[in-house]
Each structure stands twice: as C-alpha cells, then as structure tokens.
Design a protein around this ligand. Structure first.
Ligand code: C2E
Ligand code: CA
Ligand code: CA
Ligand code: CA
Length: 275
C-alpha cells in the first residue's frame, strides 16, 4: 500500500541518516573549531612574471582537526557556507591574514579568498575596512579574491560591497577566470583589478593550442583594460616559460612556491626568482 510502502521511509534509510548524522557532527565540530581557533592560514606567493620577485601572497585556510589531521578547505568551506559559519570564519581569516602581512615587506600584498556568502552580506565592505583600521594594514596591500559565482548572484549588496572595497583602494581579483558562463560581461559590470586564469588552462597549455591561445588573449585583454593577469597552477619549468611568453603579469603555482605556514615563510623569506 501507499502508506506501508518502503518509499515512505526512504528518507530514513540508514545510509541517508548516517550522512545527516556525519554532517551534523561536522557542523558541531566546525563550531567548536571556531571557538578553539583550530584554523590556520598557509601562504602561497604570486610572482611578477617579468622580474621574478614576489608581489603578493595568497592566504589559503586549513583546519587542523584534533583527530582527523589537516583538512583542506574544499572539505569544509561548503558546509561553513551552508550553515553561515563562513561569516565568523571569514572574519577570522581576514584578520589573521592582515596581521600576518604586517610581518612581510611593504611591497608584498596579501590576497584573501572571500565566499559569495560573505560578499552578499550587507555591510561586508565596511567590515573589511574596520579590519584594516584595527590591524593597521594599508588598503593598497589587500586584495580580495572572488569567484564568478559571487557575481552570478549579483545582488545589490554585492555591488555595494565591491564598490566600497574598490573605492577604498582594495583590489578585487576574479578567481578561476574562464570557468563560468559570463566572465567577460563581469569585467564591464564590476570593478575588477585582477584576473586569475583558472589553472585548467595552464595544465592543458602544453598540449592544447586553444588553451594557449586563450591565455594569450586574456593576457592581451588585461593589458588593454589595465587589469593585472595571473596564471595559476604553474607546476613545471616548461609551463612557466609558456606563461611568461604569453605575456601574463604574474605567475603562481607549486613550481614557484607551495602554500606554507607563516612561520616557514619567515624562515625562508620571499625569494627573488632569477630567469
Ligand atoms: P583557489 O582560491 O583557486 O586556490 C588555489 C588552490 O590551488 C589551492 O588549493 C592551492 O593550494 C592549489 N594550488 C596552488 N598551486 C597549485 C599548482 O601548481 N598545482 C595544483 N594542482 N594546485 C595548486 P587549496 O588550498 O586546497 O584551496 C582550494 C580552494 O578552497 C581555493 O581555490 C578556494 O576556492 C578555497 N579556499 C581556500 N582558502 C579559502 C579561504 O580562506 N576562504 C574561502 N572562502 N575559500 C578558500
Ligand atoms: Ca584564490
Ligand atoms: Ca601594493
Ligand atoms: Ca583559482
């Protein structure tokens, strides 16, 4: 019968409730982690493609879980976004990054990834300015990285926040460029200062003339529009050579530096690359 059939109970099937239970546990863990500051930032350099010096360092969050070890961001950011915990976590990340940046040379900027959930919050722009005031970091040293999905939802609050950040002298970088649907229209509608070409283009560049042509075209577009371009995911000397010859402004990837903790960064410094 309809009521007695298995279908009625399907949402309570063990595997499903296990998944809910696991999620509920992770959410509770995530809350506790915020209280106990179990998060840490690792930093990866962005290097000037022509001169070889470090111009910026990107903050990448990790969760040092008491029993599960170091957890990568893609394993907990989506849940943090769903539960709203990304708001306090994002605030912590921003503050930590701005404080850490004070220990670096003034020529080195700091880039912070910001979730679309943060960007959609009314008053987020003002919150960032408050963090700058509190930490004493100059606006010109901060870069905010957003993905196309933040702009896709393009709410009024997002527009206002982007304008407030940009007007204050904070740079806006569009991350994972080329993976969304209307990348080009965003360049007209939003105050974008930097384009980070998604690393899938670099990984295909050696074998795909099309991927290479796209990198070259975006580099040219950047020059015409006064937007800095970055190639992400540079892993080999050959890829570096290719990125440099296509005229991008900055390069980033494991070949140049792995994401590393602040303490390590202080020990090794920010190397000048010679090429
Ligand atoms: P993303 O912003 O595109 O960051 C680049 C990711 O690629 C990082 O992974 C980095 O470690 C990795 N990567 C860097 N160079 C190379 C390379 O040469 N080859 C390869 N294969 N990978 C490379 P990670 O740290 O696991 O971060 C993944 C994503 O998580 C980030 O992608 C970003 O979307 C998100 N994320 C990281 N930190 C934060 C944060 O503080 N806040 C928010 N909202 N999202 C974050
Ligand atoms: Ca990023
Ligand atoms: Ca600067
Ligand atoms: Ca990216």
């Amino acid at each position: 019968s309809k009521t007695g059939g298995r279908g009625v109970y399907s949402v309570f099937e063990p595997s499903m409730s296990d998944a809910f239970e696991a999620r509920r546990r992770t959410e509770a863990d995530l809350r506790a982690a915020l209280e106990e500051e179990q998060f840490e930032l690792h930093y990866q350099s962005l290097v000037d493609a022509r001169e070889g010096h470090v111009v910026c360092v990107e903050a990448l969050v990790r969760w040092r879980h008491p029993t599960r070890g170091l957890i990568p961001p893609l394993s907990f950011i989506p849940l943090a976004e769903d539960t709203g915990l990304i708001l306090p976590l994002g605030r912590w990340i921003l503050e930590r990054a701005c404080r850490d940046a004070q220990a670096w040379p003034e020529t080195v900027d700091v880039a912070v990834n910001v979730s679309s959930v943060q960007m959609r919050q009314k008053g987020f722009g003002a919150e960032v300015l408050a963090v700058l005031a509190e930490t004493g970091l100059a606006a010109a040293r901060l870069e905010i990285e957003i993905t196309e999905s933040s702009l896709l939802e393009g709410s009024e609050a997002t527009q206002e926040n982007l304008a407030a950040l940009h007007d204050a002298g904070i740079r806006i970088a569009m991350d994972d460029f080329g993976t969304g649907y209307s990348s080009l229209s965003y360049l007209r509608r939003f105050p974008i200062d930097k384009i980070k070409i998604d690393r899938s283009f670099m990984s295909e560049a050696a074998t795909s003339a099309d991927a290479r042509a796209i990198i070259r075209a975006v580099a040219g577009l950047g020059i015409s529009l006064g937007i800095t371009t970055v190639v992400e995911g540079v892993e080999t000397a050959q890829q570096l050579e290719l990125a440099r010859s296509e005229g991008v402004g900055q390069v980033q990837g494991y070949l140049l530096s792995r994401p590393q903790p602040q303490a390590m960064l202080s020990r090794t410094g920010l190397p000048q690359h010679r090429w």
